[in-house]
Design a protein around this ligand. Structure first.
Ligand SMILES: Nc1ncnc2c1ncn2[C@@H]1O[C@H](COP(=O)(O)OP(=O)(O)O)[C@@H](O)[C@H]1O
Ligand SMILES: [Mg+2]
Length: 360
């Protein structure tokens, strides 16, 4: 894999996930680092300010970690991306596409690279990273789902808290899918990922677009939403601690979500509890607006019984390409997978993926 292929691969992952590709400076950084160059060399070659290139580099790695869930640093960048590329090669029909072909795809075609309903797959332990938005690939989380709908139906909003890659985004999507059948009084589900929005202005634009009302905020928004009943799932809420977001947006969300029959019922996903995220409110001697109305549900690792059920169901996955000899995991292997993953869904997925590849 050369530097241009590596860039096209990473860019296609961003396009799939956010519908936005990388910019020119990010491209220069990827190409340069891939070719073993220092930031100083990249900036000299591309006639860019060294400090700016360095900042772009560190922001880019953070973006890859947070948006694509790939644990990269400058040091492990090349082997990590190469390994991921090889893993993705085994997913069909993407495996039939060269990097050149993949790079020529439109955004719509790119999104087909993620597993669609009808494709047969050669390894059932997928996806390895990112949100699981294919219902067939989403596993379990029934206790949390029941708890969340019980809270919604009793008039509460929810803060879904859990470490990176534990499955928060995937569960938010599942909650939105199930809203039509599980809510005691109907609400239109809306999913917004703050990672894709720069500031609160974009947040209000996206919200109004999803609801289908003219763009507004403050009192006009309250008036527009009066007749609406929405279930608003906001992912990556930590972004609200960034500069582009003020306390007012959280206060407005609270105002719209207070009360059993309020226009909004909220579910917010974050890595840290809301009252520790939004310290500004403490400084002012007030409670955080959102923490006050959201009941915290902690999303943890899977228990042994769930891990076993997950492995068994994936080994019998209906869209699995038939093999002359079906793959089985021995009891010893399963015990190793349980211990090594600690029940963390993404770690388990990766370990199972590797075991399956070895045996195939
Ligand atoms: N319920 C689930 N079913 C299947 N895989 C899961 C599930 N939850 C998490 N995973 C695995 O973890 C990865 C990260 O999930 P994600 O929902 O993006 O986590 P988070 O939003 O907490 O960072 C997924 O790509 C998948 O490999
Ligand atoms: Mg997430």
């Amino acid at each position: 894999m050369d530097s241009a292929e590596a860039f096209r691969f990473i860019n296609s992952l961003f396009l799939q996930k956010t519908k936005k590709g990388l910019n020119q400076c990010e491209q220069d950084v990827i190409l340069g680092i891939w070719e073993g160059k220092k930031y100083e060399e990249i900036s000299e070659e591309k006639h860019r300010d060294t400090q700016y290139v360095k900042e772009t580099g560190s922001k880019l790695f953070k973006k890859i970690r947070e948006t694509l869930d790939i644990e990269v640093t400058k040091a492990n960048f090349k082997p990590t991306i190469e390994q991921l590329w090889q893993e993705q090669q085994s997913v069909e029909p993407a495996s039939c596409l060269s990097v050149e072909q993949a790079s020529c795809l439109s955004v719509e075609q790119e999104s087909c690279l993620s597993i669609s309903h009808k494709q047969l797959i050669t390894n059932p332990f997928l996806p390895l990273t990112g949100i699981v938005d294919d219902p067939e690939l989403f596993f379990d989380r029934q206790p949390e789902t029941r708890e969340i709908f019980a809270l919604f139906n009793s008039g509460s909003s929810v803060a879904l808290i859990g470490e990176r890659a534990i499955g928060k985004s995937s569960l938010l999507k599942a909650i939105c899918r199930e809203a039509t059948t599980q809510l005691s009084s109907p609400r239109q589900p809306i999913y917004l990922n703050l990672q894709e929005l720069e500031n609160e202005d974009e947040f209000y634009t996206a919200l109004c677009e999803e609801v289908g009302i003219p763009k507004c905020r403050g009192y006009p928004l309250k008036r527009e939403l009066k007749q609406q009943r929405l279930l608003l799932a906001i992912d990556e809420v930590e972004k609200m601690t960034w500069d582009g977001f003020t306390r007012e947006v959280r206060a407005q969300l609270r105002g719209l979500a207070e009360g059993t029959n309020a226009p909004l019922r909220l579910i917010l996903a974050a890595r840290d509890p809301l009252d520790s995220l939004f310290q500004d409110s403490h400084n002012l001697g007030m409670t955080s607006p959102l923490a006050g109305i959201c009941h915290q549900v902690d999303l943890g690792s899977w228990e042994e019984a769930t891990i076993r059920a997950f492995i068994a169901s994936r080994l019998q996955f209906p869209r699995l390409k038939p093999l002359p000899q079906p793959v089985r995991f021995t009891e010893e292997e399963i015990l190793h997978l349980i211990a090594a993953s600690g029940g963390h869904p993404q770690k388990l997925m990766k370990l199972c993926y590797q075991s399956y590849q070895r045996q195939r």
